[in-house]
Design a protein around this ligand. Structure first.
Ligand SMILES: Nc1ncnc2c1ncn2[C@@H]1O[C@H](COP(=O)(O)OP(=O)(O)OP(=O)(O)O)[C@@H](O)[C@H]1O
Ligand SMILES: [Mg+2]
Length: 317
């Protein structure tokens, strides 16, 4: 069976600027897939190419095994929020949804309004004018709009941009819910923790290029340190330092910081417990952050280039 999303050697140039450079990744059905990269990495451009809003310079993108162009039937199987979802402020949420749906040629009776509203948790506010909505509510209305067509795939460009922590949580729960229903979700983010908490798989992009790809666990496993607190620090240090995959052990606060080349934090726990040491804490905080920073540094070009400072034009549809 073909993947839900296939991106193969995708390159998109805007004049001198190479926004996306030989990018490849694939997303299987039911995955929550993250496109992680700093500002200007090419995330929006890649998603626009995926949705047929932008034509690749070279390479290709496929949805459900088919290359898409504007108007392709495969696009009806996708719900997308690319850039800020925009609404008519003086109309109600409901009126906005209906206008948008009908503008796309659909019959309002065919829209899956009930699910869209339930998943997006908009409730009574749907009858209020959109100008009275908070940014989080507008974002949720964007979700509702993307869900009207019962999409199998959701493509979301920075879905939590500009939201406060409570609103971010709602969006994260929403993505989990969609995944629980068996839908595939692809979203871009420059929030590492968000990708870590939400995605099963991710591709890390910098300057349009793929820097790393795989399960989030494997991406995190590639770098970073584990912090352990134990009842016998001296003995733990000896046990951990003797493990072949451990590259260094250093003291930090009451515990130890352990750098691992391979393996998981569970391996460390097992080794300590096996040696009769009591483990109080074993945390991997900010490991994706570390992995990400290491990857970004490793892929910086030698000269002073700042593509993110280049003009952000042509964002209208
Ligand atoms: N229509 C365009 N014309 C010219 N340059 C563009 C255009 N669209 C994007 N770019 C450039 O391509 C690069 C990638 O931009 P893109 O918006 O895809 O990055 P991004 O990862 O989505 O960034 P952000 O996190 O800031 O949203 C940037 O240097 C940007 O200025
Ligand atoms: Mg973007």
């Amino acid at each position: 069976m073909s993947a839900v999303v296939e991106v193969e050697g995708l390159t998109k140039r805007f004049g001198e600027v190479t926004a996306v450079d030989e990018l490849s990744f694939r997303v299987e059905q039911g995955q929550v897939y993250g496109l992680l990269g700093p500002n200007g990495a090419g995330k929006t451009t890649a998603l626009r190419c995926l949705m047929g809003l932008e034509r690749p310079s070279t390479g290709r993108t496929r949805l459900f095994g088919t290359e898409v162009a504007p108007g392709s039937p495969e696009l009806f199987r996708v719900g997308a929020i690319i850039e800020q979802a925009s609404f008519v402020p003086h109309l109600s949420g409901l009126r906005n949804l209906r206008l948008w749906w009908e503008a796309g040629g659909g019959r309002w009776a065919d829209a899956d309004l009930e699910t869209a509203l339930a998943v997006a948790q908009i409730d009574d506010a749907i009858d209020r004018k959109v100008k009275t909505y908070s940014q989080g509510m507008q974002q949720r209305l964007g979700f509702a709009r993307a869900l009207l067509g019962r999409p199998e795939l959701l493509v979301l460009d920075e879905p939590t941009n500009g939201l406060d922590p409570a609103e971010i949580r709602v969006v994260r729960d929403l993505i989990h819910r969609l995944a629980d229903e068996g839908r595939t979700v692809v979203f871009s983010s420059h929030h590492l923790s968000e990708v870590e908490q939400t995605c099963s798989h991710a591709v890390v992009v910098n300057h349009g290029r793929r820097v790393a790809e795989g399960t989030v666990a494997s991406l995190i496993g590639g770098a970073g340190s584990v912090h352990v607190e134990v009842d016998d620090v001296a003995r733990a240090r000896a046990v951990l330092a003797a493990l072949p995959e451990v590259t260094s052990v250093s003291s930090q606060g009451l515990g130890l910081n352990v750098e691992q080349r391979t393996g998981s934090r569970a391996d460390l726990g097992a080794a300590l417990v096996g040696a009769g040491i009591r483990v109080e804490t074993l945390t991997t905080q900010n490991r994706l952050e570390e992995a990400f920073l290491v990857l970004m540094q490793a892929t910086e070009p030698p000269g002073p280039t700042d593509r993110s400072a280049a003009q952000h034009g042509g964002t209208s549809r």
